[in-house]
Design a protein around this ligand. Structure first.
Ligand code: FMN
Ligand code: ATP
Length: 367
């Protein structure tokens, strides 16, 4: 079990249900991306934890989002407040079934950090193996949720499926859990249209038939380089977090030094090409250094210099100090253009200059 803490709050990460802190208030699913739909599913378990804390303090809860009456927790034992817990699967079920590694919108560290910032206390990673995938919905509820996690409350999305061959629905979960007096909140589907201002653009119909916010839809928008849409669906900017490693040191010779990023191997990369980005240098924010630094980023093989592998490199505006070994948190703002092979370094230099001008204009008018 790991306790990952930052800014005073922390998340317990349990690598199996039997290692979890109990009792629990559980949100169930894969939660890759921790997008707006996921955040809606997580909300009721946070409210339940807070409500129960209020109960302990002698207050009555203001809201009850559950379709079932919430029974008062047993306050006689030392820890009866349910830990707000996200229960997910590791590896991603698709990775288990296909045998192929799956790139993730939020690799584990990033997911933990996002859950922590939402106020989740615990992440339980259920090892997704033959045994778990063969559990019937009844067995999953009894063995994992009731016995191991001592679940007091559950939240899932309306389209949640679980158990062997995904044969259990959210309604099945509700009736199975009712046998143990566990209330299940079924959260209505959150759509892209929910998020749009009245005059906002609708989704490209080529991308998807429906506009349900999902991990798959966000991956498609990122692959298309439609960053404003990705960011709306996520409810925050899509972010690449990595450590700065040495590059070929050619950038400085053309006047555009770049920080080359090493990302988690399983991080999902958006469309290759050039982006306007805002960057946080971990540990560098002071009263004199602005928190967010603007810049441009290239994702690609760098054909102009006969690059051999895909690199992710960032040029920060108005920045001169060494960044090697530092962690950059890079927020994507806008895709600017695809990568090109230029006939000379001079031609590349001139294009990057234009990229910077376009990015500055975007920051001036939109950020
Ligand atoms: C904003 C930006 C745009 C870039 N566009 C291209 C491009 O279109 N084609 C290309 O071959 N390399 C492109 N690059 C990558 C450069 O080739 C690379 O930064 C340079 O070779 C320095 O690499 P180094 O940091 O490993 O020394 C771009 C880099 C930046 C920062
Ligand atoms: N748009 C949404 N609105 C409400 N609930 C959602 C939404 N998307 C997912 N959920 C719920 O959040 C939990 C986690 O979702 P999960 O990550 O398993 O699916 P997903 O986001 O639809 O991803 P994928 O596209 O990979 O199926 C589940 O309980 C699911 O039903």
């Amino acid at each position: 079990m790991l306790n990952l803490s930052q800014n005073g709050s922390s998340v317990w990460v349990a690598a199996a249900a039997e290692l979890a802190l109990t009792p629990t208030a559980v949100a169930l699913g894969k939660f890759d991306g921790v997008h707006l739909g996921h955040q809606r599913v997580i909300q009721p378990i946070l409210q339940s934890a807070i409500a129960e804390q209020r109960w302990r303090n002698g207050e009555t809860p203001e809201v009850n989002l559950s379709p079932h009456p919430v029974t008062a927790p047993n306050l006689n034992s030392p820890q009866k407040r349910a830990y707000s817990t996200v229960v997910t699967f590791h590896p991603h079920p698709q990775e288990f079934f296909t045998g192929q590694p799956r790139a993730l919108l939020t690799p584990l560290d990033e997911k933990v950090e996002l859950l922590r910032s939402l106020g989740v206390e615990q992440l339980v990673l259920l090892p997704f193996d033959k045994e778990l995938s063969a559990l019937s919905p009844e067995e999953f509820v009894e063995k994992i949720l009731v016995k191991q996690l001592q679940c007091q409350k559950i939240s899932v999305g309306q389209d949640f499926c679980f158990g062997k061959k995904r044969e259990g629905t959210a309604q099945d979960l509700q009736s199975l859990a009712a046998k143990y007096n566990i209330p299940v909140t079924i959260v209505p589907i959150k759509t892209y249209t929910d998020e749009l201002p009245p005059d906002g653009h609708s989704l490209d119909p080529e991308l998807t038939a429906d506009d349900r916010i999902s991990t798959s839809l966000i991956r498609q928008t990122l692959e298309a380089g439609d960053i404003p849409q990705s960011n709306i669906l996520l409810g925050r900017p899509y972010t690449l977090t990595g450590v700065v490693i040495p590059g070929q040191k050619l950038g400085r010779t053309i006047g555009f030094p770049t920080a080359n990023l090493q990302l988690p191997e399983d991080k999902f990369l958006p469309r290759s090409g050039v982006y306007a980005v805002q960057v946080l240098v971990r540990g560098e924010a002071t009263s004199t250094t602005p928190t967010m630094i603007q810049g441009v980023m290239n994702i690609g093989n760098r054909p102009t210099v006969n690059g051999t592998h895909r690199a992710v490199e960032v040029h920060l505006f108005n920045w001169s100090s060494d960044l090697y070994g530092k962690t950059l948190i890079v927020q994507l703002v806008r895709f600017l253009r695809p990568e090109q092979k230029f006939s000379s370094l001079e031609a590349l230099r001139s294009q990057i200059q234009q990229d910077c001008a376009v990015a500055r204009e975007i920051f001036r008018t939109e950020c």
